[in-house]
Ligand binder design. Structure first.
Ligand code: F6P
Length: 362
């Protein structure tokens, strides 16, 4: 018999989180007559022993298409390295025992963790300590190797593609080079797929360190045949051959991962200096993470939410849902975490881009 399930959202948000929460609450209620307790602000809510939110059907009405997460999320609540103030200094302490106590006090059958690599890593550590945990992967970066796709990615590339469509018309009017910097951390999926869909002339991704000359050749080549404007998409982790990605804030400062950004500005500056071309730069930023999930993401998030509850009933703790060959499968967290999925520089998607004349900067 299933009675209570706790659910939390951890790490950066992604469009579709609310759709997972809605699907989990509905499945728990309609299929098993069980309750769902929403933990506020990721693991932080458990460490802080904050009162959970008992989610009933009216609480999830209208959630399918709402961006963000009604539960709140946090990048800084790692219970194993929890920041606390001691004598005026911030130090990291292990608060996992407090978290386990809180979970026991809540008397839940399981905890569903919806998160990226970091949150799922913590979920696996808690599982090793005996917590009945199941995972639901999310990230707009689509860089988890255990699942063919994560929800949030489709919405992010749709947003980036729409931005490229808009940049195209103004670039053409003004005969400018337009650079769009997109997210993705160390993976180039968002840049590559939105670049193909949005008709970019140059796509720069972290997996293919670029040559400045190849970028100039492409843009200048276009000018010579009368194409006076060009569109460049740069992934935030892209970098020139022999150079490094640009880090805005280091992992120490963010209590987590390096924060990237700025390559778009650098590419724009170099194009204008070296080609004498009027150039403008747009950094798409968190617009990629906000707003309504796309149809694809709503469906994937709903399937993940439903299966996460079934997984709890089957007691497949220490596992996460994943999409493989159009089917939802269960993958051990141990196997899934820490294995990133990068763009293959010689793979079909890059070949497709190059076949139609897009420069990958090499
Ligand atoms: O992992 C998702 C992501 O949006 C990355 O693409 C980006 O580098 C990062 O998170 C931004 O994180 P933050 O919300 O902390 O600025």
């Amino acid at each position: 018999m299933l009675h209570n399930i706790a659910i939390l959202t951890g790490g950066g948000d992604a469009p579709g989180l609310n759709s997972v929460i809605r699907a989990a609450v509905k499945t728990a209620k309609l299929q098993y007559g069980a309750h769902v307790l929403g933990i506020q602000d990721g693991y932080e809510g458990l460490v802080q022993k904050a009162d959970p939110w008992r989610l009933d059907m009216p609480d999830v009405a209208g959630l399918l298409y709402r961006g963000g997460t009604i539960l709140g999320t946090s990048n800084r609540g790692d219970p194993f390295h929890y920041p606390v103030e001691r004598d005026g200094k911030i130090v990291k302490e292990d608060k996992s025992k407090e978290l386990m106590e809180c979970l026991n006090d809540l008397r839940v059958d399981a905890l569903i963790v919806i998160g990226g690599d970091g949150s799922l890593y913590i979920a696996n550590e808690l599982h090793k300590m005996g917590a009945p945990v199941v995972g639901v992967p999310k990230t707009i970066d689509n860089d988890l190797s255990a699942t063919e796709v994560t929800f949030g990615f489709d919405t992010a590339i749709t947003t980036a593609t729409e931005a490229l469509d808009k940049l195209h018309t103004t670039a053409e009017s003004h005969h400018r080079a337009m650079v769009l910097e997109v997210m993705g951390r160390d993976a180039g999926w968002i840049a590559l797929e939105s670049g193909i869909a949005g008709g970019a002339d140059v796509i720069l991704i972290p997996e293919i360190p670029f040559s400045w000359d190849r970028i100039y050749d492409k843009i200048d080549g276009r000018r010579k045949v009368g194409r006076k404007f060009s569109i460049v998409v740069a992934a935030e982790g892209a970098h020139p051959s022999g150079g490094d990605r640009i880090v805005v804030e280091s992992a120490d400062q963010t209590h987590g991962l390096d924060r990237l950004g700025g390559i778009g500005q650098q590419v724009g500056y170099e194009i204008s200096q070296n080609l004498g071309m009027d150039t403008r730069v747009t950094t798409l930023g968190h617009i990629q993470r906000g707003g309504k999930p796309s149809t694809f993401d709503r469906i994937l998030a709903t399937r993940f939410g439903v299966e996460a509850v079934h997984m709890v009933v089957k007691k497949k703790f220490g596992h996460m849902v994943a999409l493989r060959k159009a089917k939802i499968v269960y993958v051990p967290l141990e196997e899934a975490i820490g294995k990133q999925k990068f763009v293959d520089p010689d793979g079909q998607m890059v070949q497709t881009a190059e076949a139609i004349g897009i420069s990958m900067g090499r």
